[in-house]
Design a binder for this molecule. Structure first.
Ligand code: SF4
Length: 378
């Protein structure tokens, strides 16, 4: 039976494959019971790749097939920023790949060939790698949301709760769980010791409606963020990707108003902002899969990192509006750009973290202060 006409389990998953070399541990039993689907065993990933590649819409199909496997590479990696734009020196904890939600602009559609929804089993391996990190005299900001959404997994896996608990008992690392979901039930009552930052990507209701299929509405994200702040969690917000359209300036200002009508700036560790940017090969994917999408039709230029970006004066204008709106509520909160150049920083923030590692240091300081990390490691 093809994935297209199978019944759905949790997260809209229709078919589950499992690496035959894996043991059925409690972690995997939990996953399978939550999914409500029995896995088919495979000796390697080839049958999964074949099924995806031969389907009508490989990207959509990949969102409905879960492959339970092991991470055979490094569990902890440096974020692959680029040398041409200021990078934030982030560390990635590799717990899975791809996503069950479907954003038109999602880079993961073009990044993996083919994309595969993989769950990396083995909290013992995560634990070992983290112990090694926690033993260093250095501050780390670690996230699981680079190649997947951090909290889609919360519905079927205990890993997010395991990580919150693990990070609660050390003093040099902040964990950032980035999401567009409202999946926090298993985290709310945990003793997180303020070491976990729950982070929401936010956008205007119009962009969420037209470009972010299957994600939670803005008000639901913010209500959930408030619930987490009330439980003492630290928060972050990512205005990324900002999309230019008629009326966008006012619409983004309203998002800022809504955030601060619910959340105190004291709970927020940082806010990042970045306009829509993409690898040129993403354009045809968006045009084919999202014919209604407005995002491929802006005034773009090719950046030094071979990504298309909005024409710089347009980026600067929207950044100025947004930064003014944020600073009116939260003058002390660290606002930063993900991947922007000196001119943009200077014209919008009046400051540029030009020295190697400077932006990373600012972020480390914010994490130390807000998440009570050891300040002697700064
Ligand atoms: S939520 Fe994130 S990972 Fe998931 S489809 Fe959207 S952009 Fe991609």
């Amino acid at each position: 039976m093809t994935a297209e006409n199978k019944k759905k389990g949790a997260l809209g998953i229709k078919q589950v494959f499992m690496d035959a070399h894996l043991e059925r541990t409690n972690e995997i039993e939990y996953l399978i019971s939550k999914l409500g689907l029995e896995p088919e065993f495979v000796k390697d990933s080839q049958p999964v790749y074949d099924l995806i590649n031969t389907s009508k819409d490989p990207i959509l199909t990949a969102k409905t097939l879960l492959y339970i496997t092991q991470n055979r590479g490094a569990v902890i990696r440096e974020c692959p920023g680029t040398s041409h734009y200021t990078c934030c020196d982030y560390t990635i904890l590799h717990t899975g790949t791809f996503c069950t939600m479907d954003c038109s602009y999602c880079i993961l559609q073009a990044y993996f060939h083919p994309p595969v929804l993989q769950y990396f089993a083995g909290t013992d391996k995560l634990s070992e790698a983290l112990d090694q990190t926690f033993s260093q005299n250095k501050i780390f900001r670690i996230g699981t949301g680079e190649y997947t959404d951090s909290l889609i997994w919360e519905k079927i896996s205990q890993t997010p709760a395991f990580l919150v608990d693990k990070f609660a008992r050390q003093k040099n690392s902040a964990l950032e769980l980035k999401t567009k979901t409202i999946n926090v039930d298993s985290l709310l009552e945990l003793d997180h010791n303020q070491k976990t930052i729950l982070a929401w990507s936010v956008n205007t209701p119009e962009i969420i409606q037209s470009e972010e299929r299957g994600t939670a509405a803005l008000t639901a994200r913010l209500e959930t963020a408030k619930k987490c702040a009330d439980k003492g969690y630290r928060l972050a917000f990512h205005f990324d990707p900002l999309v230019l359209y008629d009326g966008c300036e006012l619409a983004y200002e309203k998002v800022v108003d809504l955030i601060f009508s619910k959340i105190s700036p004291k709970s927020i560790v940082w806010i990042s902002i970045g306009t829509f940017r993409f690898m040129p090969q993403l354009k045809s994917i968006v045009e084919n899969r999202f014919p209604e999408s407005i995002i491929p039709y802006g005034e773009f230029i090719l950046g030094l990192d071979n990504k298309m970006r909005y024409f710089k004066p347009l980026r600067i204008r929207l950044y100025q509006v947004l930064i003014n709106a944020i600073k009116a509520f939260a003058p002390e909160t660290l606002v930063y750009f993900c991947m922007e150049d000196e001119e943009v920083w200077e014209k919008t923030m009046g400051i540029f973290p030009g020295k190697e590692g400077e932006l990373g240091h600012w972020l480390d300081k914010a994490a130390v202060t807000r998440c009570k990390l050891n300040n002697t490691y700064l």
